[in-house]
Design a binder for this molecule. Structure first.
Ligand code: AMP
Length: 457
């Protein structure tokens, strides 16, 4: 069994980890921690609930010099909630590493508090981009010379929310030697390009590209003639759960769902963007204290927030940006616990469920009846894709030709042959990687299908 003591960590830190209940490193931690300890910058695509936060906190805690009263690490998160969560994970270590100082800087905290926080000379600050950039650059004279770590957490969301200009500005002020660690649930090409100035993708941990925690089972529920909220009442009355998260994309459905939950006799809370910062913070605390059986939430809650004990996730509809489905489903099945994600649909709303099936989500099928869920032997047949595939190898040949032609423009310059060879090799490597990825993806889809078939039996 792998243990944290296998890494080159101080006994003090290993002891703190033990005390906090972390004994066995998760796969992402096993992969990231040694690299980070070597001082390498890295890019990591990790599924939610994989333990990614500790995969960057632990190396920072090992390397930060607690005797030096200077800022040494910065973690940037896209939302106040996530920033607070990371802060709480980091703060927990202060009990066992008493010289370690960490502060949270986000719009959640008042400017005066932020100023006080800074005068305490924290080793690590965690916050949202706007507030951090403000604090660390214009508002205060802060010594950034000792900063050794910059972490971008949920980088895809940082980009989606347009935060990269603020991050760039901050980055320009940091020492060149700063070690960068970037984490993202998804990694589209445009994001990789945007991240180019921070990290190269030579170390890319992909926690399996099955996007959601492996322990989540996915179910499509045909609600037939029932309205979504009426269906929810029946569902909650008939499907047992410890803590259910209900997601809806439309505002009016959120209100309706909240009423439906109350009607079913369960304790509920509505968590949406309409709450003030203070209310959101209080709500999150109460949710984490297990005051409610059901949380009705907008997609605001779908990203990165760690609420333990969620065993059932219900999507009354699917978000038009389907990446949010993975985030929703990933609220359950966290860290070794089993979870179930149910998606309501009817004959008029089959397009998005089918698209998820094409992406490889291994749904099984149910029909919602008054007495509860009954297996649906028919389910949905995935839509066939009509993309005319290029014959194998043609695309690669084309790119190789392009690479050669491009390099030829430089023909007058010395080293032309070498550059041309490198450009061609680069294309070939790209296609080799693609072929391997395709193979893995295909094998995984087959495995999902086999698993779904065996469950049905
Ligand atoms: P994250 O993926 O960072 O959001 O973490 C998900 C949850 O896993 C958090 O509640 C962490 O406290 C927990 N966690 C992280 N690493 C470990 C570990 N090695 N062993 C047990 N739990 C962990």
């Amino acid at each position: 069994m792998a243990k944290f003591s296998q890494f080159a960590l101080s006994p003090e830190l290993v002891h703190a980890l033990e005390k906090l209940g972390y004994v066995e490193p998760s796969p992402v931690q096993t992969s990231v921690i040694p690299r980070a300890l070597e001082g390498r910058s890295l890019l990591c695509q990790s599924e939610t609930g994989s333990g990614k936060t500790h995969s960057y906190l632990i190396p920072m805690l090992e390397k930060i010099d607690f005797n030096l009263p200077r800022l040494q690490g910065i973690v940037i998160c896209p939302s106040r909630e996530l920033a607070r969560q990371v802060y709480e994970f980091a703060f927990a270590f202060t009990k066992y590493l008493p010289r370690f100082k960490v502060r949270l800087f986000s719009s959640e905290t008042e400017t005066t508090q932020n100023r006080e926080g800074l005068s305490m000379n924290p080793h690590l600050v965690i916050g949202t981009p706007g507030r951090l950039a403000d604090i660390l650059s214009s508002l205060y004279e802060l010594d950034l010379h000792q900063v050794r770590f910059l972490v971008l957490d949920e980088a895809d969301m940082l980009m989606e929310l347009g935060y990269f200009d603020a991050i760039d500005e901050l980055y320009d002020k940091l020492p060149e030697s700063t070690q960068k660690m970037v984490f993202s649930a998804t990694l589209e090409e445009n994001l990789k390009t945007r991240l180019g100035r921070y990290v190269d993708s030579s170390f890319l941990y992909t926690g399996g590209d099955n996007k959601t925690a492996a322990l989540v089972s996915h179910h499509l529920v045909d609600i037939k003639h029932r309205g979504k909220t009426q269906a929810l009442t029946t569902f909650l009355k008939t499907v047992p759960s410890y803590l259910t998260l209900v997601f809806a994309s439309k505002k009016e459905d959120l209100g309706g769902a909240y009423e439906a939950v109350k009607e079913s006799g369960k304790s509920a809370i509505l968590f949406s963007g309409d709450l003030s910062t203070r209310e959101r913070k209080a709500a999150l605390r109460r949710i984490k204290d297990n005051e409610f059986a059901v949380v009705v939430a907008s997609d605001l809650l779908a990203r990165g927030i760690d609420i333990e004990d969620v065993d059932v996730v219900v999507s009354l509809d699917l978000p038009s940006d389907l990446t949010y489905y993975y985030h929703r489903a990933g609220r359950s099945g966290r860290f070794g616990k089993k979870g179930d994600s149910y998606v309501f649909y009817n004959a008029d709303t089959t397009t998005l469920p089918k698209r998820l099936m094409e992406e490889g989500v291994p749904f099984d099928f149910y029909i919602l009846k008054d007495e509860g869920l009954v297996p649906d032997p028919v389910g949905l047949a995935p839509k066939k894709k009509f993309t005319a595939k290029k014959p194998f190898g043609e695309e690669e040949q084309l790119e190789v030709r392009k690479a050669k032609a491009l390099s030829r423009e430089d023909k007058v310059k010395p080293g032309y042959k070498k550059r041309q060879k490198e450009a061609v090799e680069k294309v070939k490597r790209k296609f080799r990687r693609k072929a391997i990825k395709d193979k893995i993806r295909k094998a995984r889809t087959e495995a999902y299908k086999a698993e779904a078939r065996s469950k049905k039996k």
